[in-house]
Design a protein around this ligand. Structure first.
Ligand code: GAR
Length: 200
């Protein structure tokens, strides 16, 4: 392992399908050789997150930091920052990490923390994006990869994937169509981002 390897730390809260797509792509495409980058760890705030076992099965170290063990959001974020920074990350990837982040935490990772959000931002920030897109009569939906800033689901857009909203769609069928595109877009967007990153 060279010292200049770009460590990626992935944060999850649940299923971890985007995390899985990212780890698989990194392994199949040999990012360590091609990009000098590797997924160093997966951290979950939910002890029961399904993604933890998937990451372990793919040979990636996992850690759990349960937010319920902390008195405040700031205390949790401070502990999370310490865990993440032990890996000296070039990039922090939020992959279904369902937490509001404190300004200090966001500032600490400014320019090196990305998120995927299941809507065509700036439309439908926040939760229940698919139902809201259907209710609004949108003909198109999708997902967005963006840099994380203090304003929720804002920040520079790095990539977007668009899918049609079909007449019979439920939130579930639309979410599945969008998620399939997320799995293609997120690894590609991260690869492009890593290529642009200057060495530390
Ligand atoms: C994904 O659809 C992601 O875009 C969304 O959660 C899902 C996580 O799925 N993220 C957000 O809603 C963030 N606000 P996964 O755990 O299977 O990757």
């Amino acid at each position: 392992m060279t010292e200049s390897v770009k460590n990626i730390v992935i944060l999850i809260s649940g299923a971890g399908s985007n995390m899985t797509a990212l780890i698989r792509t990194a392994q199949q495409e040999q990012w360590e050789v091609q990009l000098g980058a590797r997924v160093a760890a997966v951290i979950s705030n939910q002890p029961g997150a399904e993604g933890l076992a998937l990451a372990q099965a793919l040979g990636v170290a996992t850690q759990v930091l349960d937010h319920k063990d902390f008195e405040s959001r700031a205390a949790f974020d401070a502990a999370l920052q310490t865990l993440i920074d032990a890996h000296q990350p070039a990039l922090v990837v939020l992959a279904g990490f369902m937490r509001i982040l404190t300004p200090g935490f966001v500032a600490h990772y400014a320019g090196r923390m990305v998120n995927i959000h299941p809507s065509l931002l700036p439309a439908f920030t926040g939760l229940n994006t698919h139902q809201r897109a259907i209710d609004a009569g949108s003909t198109e939906a999708g997902a967005t990869v963006h840099l994380v800033t203090n304003e929720l689901d804002h920040g520079q857009i790095l990539a977007q994937a668009v899918v049609p909203v079909l007449p019979d769609d439920s939130a579930k069928t639309l979410a599945a169509r969008v998620l399939a595109q997320e799995h293609l877009m997120y690894p590609q967007a991260i690869k492009d981002f890593l290529r642009e990153l200057k060495p530390a």
